[in-house]
Design a binder for this molecule. Structure first.
Ligand code: FMN
Length: 306
């Protein structure tokens, strides 16, 4: 018997797999369905203070190697999360829930943190890394050390819940950004958001495939890059990390954990293997542990020999 349980920021997860933000996470019933299909926890879609319209279709495109999206963080706003999603999920609460929040202004993150805390999520994930949300100089908060720290500080001042910062891979030194967030009060990280933005061209029409022209890149092709980001954040901070990026199999989960992740997020996997993919990934993790004499999954975290 393998113990797959993981403690993350004081919260117990039955296994290390977590639904990444923005995937299937619109209603409480779809989140519960992800847990029924084997995930150890779920992350909501990023929640705004007000309703936020996304981009026009087509917003997604995928090949066997990568996935690109410009959904544009469409969301009904915090009131719907407060009145519907959280009460319905918490009624049954099959597993921990991570509330993802997003804003265009630093102070709005504070208001959101306060409101979402009343919904009693286990952890708050602060999305400062979407390629479409930029500060006054045109860069996501996660790409500027001072901005990333300022958002973290505001959120810290408005909640007692554990807070993790969702980092961008599109920076020259992700460890430096993570360290600044840690010093400003972060409890952990989710690494990483999508890469890019990227551009995919329909060579018949010579037009971009996405209406938004560019989009964030995820899926198998980004996996080794994401593993390196997780390793860098772990080395710089030693903090708990949800390793996310191109994880498709149990072996990918093991690899992320060896790089330093305590939990592992999966988003694009759902487009490739379906929501049942969570169950399959968990049994692949178990199989690997049995073959390799690992009795307690926590043993492998950060054990890469570099
Ligand atoms: C369709 C789609 C929508 C996404 N929406 C969000 C979102 O609302 N908030 C967020 O923090 N990340 C969002 N992401 C990023 C994912 O949570 C994840 O960080 C990224 O896709 C890399 O992981 P993956 O390769 O497992 O998908 C989205 C990704 C995809 C593919």
């Amino acid at each position: 018997m393998v113990n797959l349980g993981i403690k993350f920021c004081g919260v117990e997860f039955a296994n290390p797999t977590v639904l990444a933000s923005g995937i299937l996470g619109v209603t409480a019933s779809s989140l519960k369905n992800v847990i029924r299909n084997g995930a150890g926890g779920v992350t909501t879609k990023s929640i705004w203070l007000e309703e936020h319209k996304g981009h026009r279709n087509p917003t997604m495109f995928g090949t066997e190697n990568y996935f690109i999206n410009a959904v544009g963080l469409s969301d009904a706003g915090i009131e719907k999360a407060v009145s519907e999603t959280f009460p319905e999920y918490n009624d049954e609460k099959p597993a921990p829930i991570i509330a993802s929040i997003v804003a265009g202004k630093i102070d709005d993150f504070g208001l959101l943190a306060e409101k979402i805390s009343d919904c009693n999520p286990d952890i708050i994930e602060v999305n400062i890394s979407c390629p479409n949300v930029e500060n006054e100089f045109g860069k996501p908060f996660a790409c500027v050390v001072g901005d990333a720290a300022a958002v973290t500080k505001v959120v810290r001042a408005h909640t007692k819940k554990p807070i993790i910062i969702k980092l961008s891979p599109n920076v020259s030194n992700i460890g430096e950004i993570a360290k600044a967030c840690m010093d400003a009060g972060a409890d952990g990280f989710c690494a990483v958001n999508t890469f890019g933005p990227g551009l995919v061209i329909d060579i018949n029409t010579r037009m971009p495939i996405l209406t938004n022209k560019v989009g964030g890149v995820s899926g198998p092709g980004i996996h080794p890059l994401a593993v390196k980001c997780v390793y860098d954040v772990f080395k710089a901070t030693g903090a708990p990390i949800i390793g996310t990026g191109g994880v498709m199999t149990g072996e990918d989960v093991i690899e992320m954990m060896m790089a330093g992740a305590r939990l592992v997020g999966m988003g694009t996997m759902v487009y490739y293997r379906g929501v049942e993919g969570f169950k399959k990934v968990v049994s692949e993790i178990e199989e690997w542990c049995e073959k390799n004499g690992v009795k307690n999954l926590e043993e492998i975290i950060g054990t890469v020999k570099i």
